[in-house]
Design a protein around this ligand. Sequence first.
Ligand code: PLP
Length: 452
Amino acid sequence: LEVIASVEPRIAEATRQELADQRGSLKLIASENYASPAVLLTMGTWFSDKYAEGTVGHRFYAGCQNVDTVESLAAEHARELFGAEYAYVQPHSGIDANLVAFWSILAHRVEGPWLEKAEKKNVNELTDADWESLRRELGNQRLLGMSLDAGGHLTHGFRPNISGKMFHQQQYGTDPETGLLDYDALRAKAREFKPLVLVAGYSAYPRRVNFATMREIADEVGATLMVDMAHFAGLVAGKVFTGDEDPVPHAHIVTSTTHKSLRGPRGGIVLATEEYAPSVDRGCPMVLGGPLSHVMAAKAVAFAEARQPSFQTYAQQVADNAQSLAEGFTKRGATLVTGGTDNHLVLVDVSSYGLTGRQAETALLEAGVVTNRNSVPADPNGAWYTSGIRLGTPALTTRGFGHDEFDAVAELIVQVLSNTEPGTTKAGGPSKASYVLAEGVAQKVKDASAEM
Ligand code: PLP
């Protein structure tokens, strides 16, 4: 930090403050974690300075021999960790990984057959008229993904996102009574819509998914099954999700972030079957430019960490702790979407406390509890104010929290929620944003969490 301070002291100070904030609060954001010192240090090296467009052994720049070593090792660790036939470790983020996957599917399923029929080797050989016709065909494909308010991600066909614009999209949700995935309803929708891509995976669904059933549905309608395991990759790597709950043996393509439950650097990966490997391997130049070599190196380190037996203990603890947290809420009268959890996250419907998600999120932050507001299924408050808060156990499990600590966390959160009231707008009406937290509660919660 001294070196940084000698150039821009305000960045050094913000960095110092970020460390203090992350250590001094209860980090319950389900998509966050604490990467190891080995992972963090690997990101701050000279690999950051190197350009390496292309893939291993096939670069558009000279001097990439060390990047080749890094990328090969990261891919090898990823294949071994997840039992995948092929791994692509270049995507800079989860969204990039999903874009690579979408365009790989389009390349394999649409562009390839089109070129074959036209007896052309690649798109550069097409006349302008042919090219327009192929582009229309590429833009005329269908995607079926989980809706945002049911727990899906923006990239799963949400209209304002690129995924909702590049595909004709439809969304599947959850059963309005139980909040659970309804595979029969999904099957019926898939039969009717006949998507090219069926996307499974979630950001805010607190339950496990049966990927064998998802594959059956995809096969029945001729869709490619793409699973986005960004949130639960750590539970797959740590062998908590096995058999039908492990997406890798069932999906054609699996994408992930590397920084959530997997506890690596910020980034993305794509795993694929041999059939899809050649098109995924063209991620650069199809979607990506120069890979972040320093981050690929950190991915290799994180995957090596995740291959240790201690990571399986960690992943099991993440899931056990989510159970403890859910039980802690239920016994204190809170309402949970789906009634509980069997993964790493819990979704609390805060409307029973008379609050919006936004009010709950900010009141909790005042008490040093960091969460994020989240829609609940059919949310009456929309995606900005919401009616829920999403809580995850990966970060605090890394800090060593177990059953008793998570029960205490539930107690502290319930204390804040039940001592918070909605505020009023400037015009005097009920506010969805402002709140009043009873005096002394924030400090009491901060003091209690400092002891943990
Ligand atoms: N996919 C899922 C399921 C996610 O939850 C997220 C992030 O929240 C992403 C993709 C996007 O990841 P990134 O923020 O790295 O682009």
